[in-house]
Design a protein around this ligand. Structure first.
Ligand code: HEC
Ligand code: HEC
Ligand code: HEC
Length: 350
């Protein structure tokens, strides 16, 4: 039998229908957290490289001058580093989950010709986060960026900062950072319902270990991972010292009720039958290990939430976190709210 055009049309139609059905069934994940299949990933990059190569054909490359670099470097810091990172800053945590993730450009630029880099910078890359140049008709600006990208692999942090012109403003950076932290952590914002902890009054050791744990994912929190993205280790340590140095402002106890008394009993004596140790044997006592955080005066909601996270083994933390995971494993929901209420209203001198 001859294969007529009707058969072919029928096959194409059936194929299209099948594809629609698959998409409709919802089995194709569009979540950015899972990643493309390897084959899709390869295909998209292959298509991108081919399209850039073709678009770059016949492009005349203008001469590069040193004068192009400061402008392009300043723009890179303002408009590109937030995705690609820079010699002065690792790529932020938040963009690592983009699909595709913006690559570190240090090794990448060598894989493209000048004309191809120009195509990417001028037109962006469709279906990815890579944007086109913000305005049309300024090819000269895009070429300056290409000249800068050629220099890019040879730049270290200081060379980059000097070129981008923000070496002088480094001292103001700490003030700006502190202001950002206080946007959430200012004591005035931390009522009993707060899920944000008080930082003042903790030891610098504990704060530093907490920040390190957020940075390397040992203590998972999307909110804090983004808040400290791009911070150098030395900056995290300086922030830890800054907040630890402040004297804590503790709220007055609310009312004496049965729940508070239950919390107090557990905190002071624990419950040996249920294998709950006395919290105050580790926390909030003079001469305690500085890696043990202070609980008194923290918002009740924050404390209860952390206890639930420890019990569910998702809290993470510093080098002694396992101790606390074992403690929380034996606490019932009632114990947690009672303990949180007690510590929220406790003063360190009590
Ligand atoms: C919103 C995030 C974002 C911003 C802002 C951004 N990019 Fe990109 N860029 C990407 C992503 C994502 C890719 C990867 C595209 C791919 O994998 O096909 C990329 C790819 C590139 C590439 C090609 C690298 C390669 O080999 O895959 C270059 C060069 C580049 N960007 C330069 C820049 C420059 C210069 C700027 C600033 C003018 C900039 N990007 C701003 C997200 C961004
Ligand atoms: C958008 C609000 C927000 C910003 C901005 C923010 N934080 Fe946080 N921070 C939180 C929340 C919420 C938590 C509790 C997260 C958890 O459940 O682990 C937290 C927890 C912490 C902890 C752990 C404290 C403890 O008792 O275990 C430290 C340390 C910390 N933040 C420091 C900082 C620093 C330093 C900055 C500024 C660079 C900052 N935070 C900016 C909301 C914020
Ligand atoms: C053997 C010592 C020990 C005992 C006993 C103990 N803890 Fe802890 N606790 C720790 C350590 C260590 C950490 C810090 C974990 C980390 O690195 O983040 C911690 C952290 C916490 C935190 C998180 C505070 C914050 O700022 O994020 C809470 C809440 C807490 N403990 C409550 C309790 C309660 C309630 C009890 C009593 C039932 C208790 N702990 C008993 C050692 C102990």
């Amino acid at each position: 039998m001859l294969i007529g055009w009707r058969h072919i049309a029928g096959l194409i139609g059936a194929g299209a229908l099948a594809a629609l059905l698959v998409a409709w069934a919802g089995v194709i994940g569009i979540g950015a957290s899972t990643g493309h299949w390897k084959a899709t990933d390869w295909f998209l990059h292959w298509a991108m490289r081919s399209s850039v190569r073709t678009a770059a054909l016949g492009t005349t490359v203008p001469p590069f001058t040193e004068g192009m670099l400061p402008m392009a470097a300043g723009h890179f810091e303002a408009g590109c580093a937030i995705c690609h990172g820079s010699p002065a800053m690792a790529p932020p945590e938040s963009v690592r989950n983009m699909l595709p993730a913006p690559p570190d450009l240090t090794d990448k630029v060598a894989t493209w010709s000048d004309a191809e880099l120009f195509q990417i910078v001028q037109h962006g890359v469709r279906f990815t986060g890579m944007p086109a140049w913000p305005v049309e008709g300024r090819e000269d600006e895009a070429w300056a960026m290409v000249a800068f990208l050629r220099r890019y692999p040879a730049l270290d942090a200081d060379g980059y900062r000097a070129l981008a012109g923000f070496a002088a403003s480094q001292s103001k950076r700490m003030d700006r950072l502190i202001e950002t932290c206080e946007g959430c952590h200012a004591p005035g914002r931390l009522g009993a319902e707060s899920l944000i902890p008080r930082l003042s009054g903790q030891s610098a050791t504990y704060l530093e270990q907490a920040l390190a744990a957020y940075a390397d994912g040992t203590r998972p929190s999307g909110v804090m991972a983004v808040a400290i993205q791009g911070l150098a280790e030395a900056e995290r340590q300086a922030l830890a010292r800054h907040f630890a140095d402040r004297s804590p402002a503790f709220p007055r106890p609310a009312s004496e009720d049965a729940r508070l008394r239950h919390g107090e009993t557990l905190a002071l004596k624990g419950d040996p039958d249920r294998r709950i140790p006395a919290c105050l044997s580790c926390h909030d006592k003079a001469g305690a290990n500085p890696a043990y955080p202070r609980l008194s005066g923290q918002p009740a909601a924050y404390l209860a939430n952390q206890l639930r996270l420890f019990a569910g083994k998702t809290r993470g933390g510093g080098p002694f976190r396992d101790v606390m995971i074992r403690v929380a494993a034996n606490l019932e929901a009632d114990d947690m709210t009672a303990l949180a209420a007690y510590f929220a209203t406790r003063r360190p001198s009590d």
